[in-house]
Ligand binder design. Structure first.
Ligand SMILES: [Ca+2]
Length: 195
């Protein structure tokens, strides 16, 4: 009697399990097939923004830790490109005039960033300049006194956070509206490092 009851329980359980497991696995299968295209779509979107952006916008790659932009590849006004064997890609720009200007637009994924510029300043009266992130100016300069050779502006790292993907206009120029900078230095590249 006990054994029979037990068998009924087992059989009922098996019947229930097989019934229950069919929709389970089929729904799991459905989830998998649904998920795959979603993931693919997300990946495509992640790689695609370059083509969705207006021309001239660079995209900080979603999986990158570091993104380097050559100054000589930016849009330049009164910033002559100079040859320099020790500069990245063999070229840099000189901040020659008060009107000198280098700009580029960069789309950043959400995250916290530090930016440094590779600079060669001939003297301490020819070394301070400004990097604008959109409208916000950051005064940037090398060691004091400058070493007269290429160095990253680690004394004044530019730090910022974007809470959602954002396109920022980067502008490099000698002065800010609030305070004068200087001219005469050479700039090689700006590097953005993601935390
Ligand atoms: Ca360069």
């Amino acid at each position: 009697m006990n054994r029979l009851r037990w068998m009924i329980v087992v059989l009922t359980g098996l019947a229930f399990f097989s019934c229950a497991s069919v929709p389970d696995s089929s729904s799991a299968g459905a989830t998998t097939t649904q998920t795959a295209p979603v993931v693919t779509e997300a990946k495509t979107q992640g790689n695609a923004p370059a083509s969705n952006q207006p021309a001239g916008v660079l995209v900080f790659p979603a999986d990158a830790k570091e993104f380097k932009i050559e100054l000589e590849s930016m849009k330049l006004t009164d910033m002559p490109v100079i040859e320099d064997a020790k500069a990245s890609e063999g070229k840099a720009v000189r901040v020659e005039k008060d009107s000198s200007l280098a700009t580029i637009q960069v789309q950043f994924p959400a995250g916290s960033y530090t930016a440094l510029v590779n600079e060669k300043a001939p003297s301490s009266s020819q070394d301070a300049f400004y990097v604008f992130l959109d409208e916000r100016p950051y005064r940037v300069y090398p060691s004091d006194p400058p070493i007269g050779d290429w160095e990253l502006t680690k004394r004044v790292p530019i730090t910022f956070t974007v809470s959602e993907p954002k396109t920022i206009t980067i502008t490099i120029q000698p002065h800010s509206p609030a305070k004068k900078g200087e001219t005469g230095m050479a700039l090689d590249y700006i590097v953005f490092m993601k935390e």
